[in-house]
Write a protein that binds this ligand. Structure first.
Ligand SMILES: Cc1cc2nc3c(=O)[nH]c(=O)nc-3n(C[C@H](O)[C@H](O)[C@H](O)COP(=O)(O)OP(=O)(O)OC[C@H]3O[C@@H](n4cnc5c(N)ncnc54)[C@H](O)[C@@H]3O)c2cc1C
Length: 624
């Protein structure tokens, strides 16, 4: 019998990060997946990042993960989104060459010592006395291991739906996984059915690009990875077009044939990724909807029609396409479709992504009810780290809502749960001015290094950035620019108000429109700084007041998180709590008062009861 420390089920975006994390932390790891040609497949949009999602990719990178480096090596266009707003919501988004991205990730997997990659279907998880002992493949192989991370994505009992047609199958004509859902159910794990959808792919040769608005990438490109140096260039362009009344008429006239409206789709879809028929019906007042044409890669004719996700019948898909400027003679290479699949209820998981009911069993990615490559990768790296620490007999790593978007994501899933595919957004994060994408390394690389995942080179680079930033800010706070004609002319040239006396250079950078680079002409001690350090200096000074305010909020949050609750306690016996709270607390066993407060159905009144009870416990423990 084959024997490994850890088995990862599924080589999607979650499985790849989990497998690399386990192997890099020294565990003998097997990555078992349905199809080697579908490793790191992007079955939907050919892009990594976006609002909130870019933060997750940078956090994966800061911990020592692979996604950020893989997209830096294979991107074809990059844009920083929301630059008109504050740095808390600046988010990177890069168009990927899908095939190149897969190849790049495969290369990293096959080059990793301690990691074996194998094609095969996991049929069930083997357990003994409530703990994992191995997996059984559908071809009869029994593989022994001490921990399993299930990252089966959208494949469990998945069904493809296009109009009146539907069949058991995975994305892009791949097989679905047909045994694992039943096996998980057999372990007492509750499952539910979600759905997602994707738009058609059309042939480049049949697109009229001059009828659409070019959407070029940024002039100066910011990499996703904190380790990426060197020039980066856009190699492709996207295009913007719109639906119109004619498109909407075709959809309305055929809405009875839309599976979502005909009742042939049972899975719950994502509110934030609606199908075009959903948009037409929900926003009937809108006379047009944006569509972006995105190339799927440099060596392919396939173009992705972002915004036209649908499960309408084939004839309707083609008819609606041919009403859209730029697509009037479009040839469909792949039809749009919806996919339904089984996933688990994440309320069954702890904050380290382990299942409460079975020791050594972890879940990551779409199977936990999320949607998105980035959300999957984020859970994958955390589950991988914790599966490795489980095997090492070490404590789990829990990332708090005050430390990382990954912490917000996992805490939302495991304390609030989700009734539809969960997508990360900056609005989900309370402390987004502290948890920016530009400082993910300052927040997380020490943790990645401490667990043996982030390299020495990476942590050295981060420490240098931190030291350079602190040194520059300290110098600026001690630098005074005395009143002079030259100084006031310099201020006037930048539309800045004059000042009676000396000005502190740090105060200058707190003014809107001022940046460190501007000081070159007036600051006697000016030193050129690397872009990443300059960015930290500018943000830390301009938003100092807000950052301090958020830090105080985090202190209050941490105080509640540090008030730990006993594990395995029967809250049904605790008087003063409402019934619903007793049931939810007993089932969920929150780690802390803070976590208890985030469970839906636990009221502030219940929290007060818990606080009084904790004080009583503390008094009883005190030696008389
Ligand atoms: C049609 C479609 C549309 C989508 N639309 C969007 C969207 O609009 N926005 C968005 O953010 N995301 C979208 N997604 C979701 C996105 O693709 C996923 O979020 C992401 O790929 C999830 O990553 P994952 O690693 O969890 O799972 P996947 O990427 O699904 O990978 C799962 C892996 O597990 C393997 N596997 C499954 N079962 C087994 C088994 N029993 N044994 C061995 N291997 C197994 C599979 O072969 C696969 O490699 C869409 C996905 C699809 C299919």
């Amino acid at each position: 019998m084959d024997r490994f420390d850890i088995v990862i089920v599924g080589a999607g975006h979650a499985g790849c990060e989990a497998a690399l994390a386990c192997a890099r932390m020294g565990q003998r790891t097997l990555l078992l997946t349905l199809n080697l040609d579908a490793i790191a497949l992007m079955p939907c949009n050919p892009a990594i990042g976006g609002t909130g999602k870019g933060h997750l990719v940078r956090e994966i990178d800061a911990l020592g993960g692979e996604m950020g480096r893989a997209i830096d090596d294979t991107f074809i266009q990059s844009r920083m989104l929301n630059t008109g707003k504050g740095p808390a919501v600046h988010s990177l988004r890069a168009q990927a060459d899908k095939r190149a991205y897969q190849q790049r990730m495969k290369k990293a997997l096959f080059a990793e010592p301690n990691l074996e990659v194998r094609q095969g279907e996991c049929g069930s998880i083997l357990t003994e006395a409530g703990a994992v002992t191995g997996v059984l493949t559908t071809t009869g192989a029994q593989i022994a291991c001490r921990a399993v991370v299930v990252c089966s994505g959208v494949y469990m009992d998945s069904r493809i739906i296009i109009g009146e047609c539907s069949w058991q199958g995975g994305p892009q004509g791949l097989l679905s996984s047909s045994h694992l859902a039943g096996a998980l159910h057999g372990l007492g794990i509750s499952l539910r059915r979600f759905k997602t959808g994707t738009p058609p792919r059309v042939d480049e040769a049949s697109i009229d690009f001059d009828e659409m608005e070019p959407q070029p990438g940024d002039g100066t490109i910011t990499p996703f990875s904190f380790l990426t140096d060197g020039p980066m260039a856009n190699r492709a362009q996207c295009y913007l077009t719109y639906t119109n009344e004619e498109t909407h008429r075709i959809i309305r006239e055929n809405i009875h044939r839309a599976p979502m409206y005909a009742g042939t789709i049972h899975g719950t879809g994502a509110r934030y990724c609606p199908s075009i028929e959903d948009k037409i019906m929900r926003f009937a007042d809108k006379d047009r909807h944006q569509l972006f044409l995105e190339p799927e890669g440099l060596d392919t004719n396939e173009w992705y029609v972002q915004g036209l996700s649908t499960s309408m019948p084939e004839d309707v898909q083609i008819a609606m396409l041919h009403t859209i400027p730029g697509l009037r003679r479009a040839r469909v290479l792949r039809l749009a479709y919806a996919i339904e699949y089984e996933c688990i209820d994440p309320l069954q998981l702890r904050a380290d992504l382990s299942l409460r009911a079975v020791r050594g069993l972890y879940f990551a990615g779409q199977i936990n009810g999320t949607s998105g490559y980035e959300e999957a990768g984020a859970q994958g790296i955390l589950a991988g780290i914790n599966a490795a620490r489980f095997v090492q007999g070490r404590e789990s790593i829990i990332l708090g809502r005050d430390q990382a978007y990954i912490g917000v994501l996992v805490d939302d899933l495991t304390t609030k749960g989700t009734n539809e595919p969960y997508r990360m957004m900056t609005s989900r994060c309370e402390y987004r001015l502290l948890l920016r994408q530009d400082n993910a390394d300052l927040r997380l690389t020490e943790i990645g290094h401490a667990v043996g995942l982030a390299s020495d080179a990476r942590v050295e680079r981060m420490r240098q950035k931190r030291a350079d930033t602190a040194e520059a800010i300290a110098r600026l706070k001690k630098t005074w620019l005395p009143k002079s004609e030259a100084r006031d002319a310099w201020l006037a040239a930048r539309g800045q108000a004059e000042a009676a006396g000396s000005i502190c250079a740090a105060d200058l950078l707190r003014r809107p429109g001022m940046a460190y680079a501007d000081l070159a002409g007036i600051d006697p001690g000016f030193l050129p700084l690397p872009p990443a350090v300059r960015e930290q200096v500018d943000i830390s000074l301009r938003y100092e007041g807000y950052i301090d305010k958020e830090r105080r909020q985090v202190e209050a949050f941490r105080r509640a998180e540090e008030q730990l609750l006993p594990q395995g306690f029967d809250y049904m016996t605790l008087d003063g709590l409402r019934i619903e709270a007793r049931q939810k607390l007993t089932a969920h066993q929150p780690r802390s008062l803070g976590e208890a407060g985030r469970i839906s159905g636990v009221s502030p009144g219940d929290i007060s009861v818990l606080m009084v009870w904790l004080e009583k416990l503390a008094r009883e423990r005190k030696p008389q």
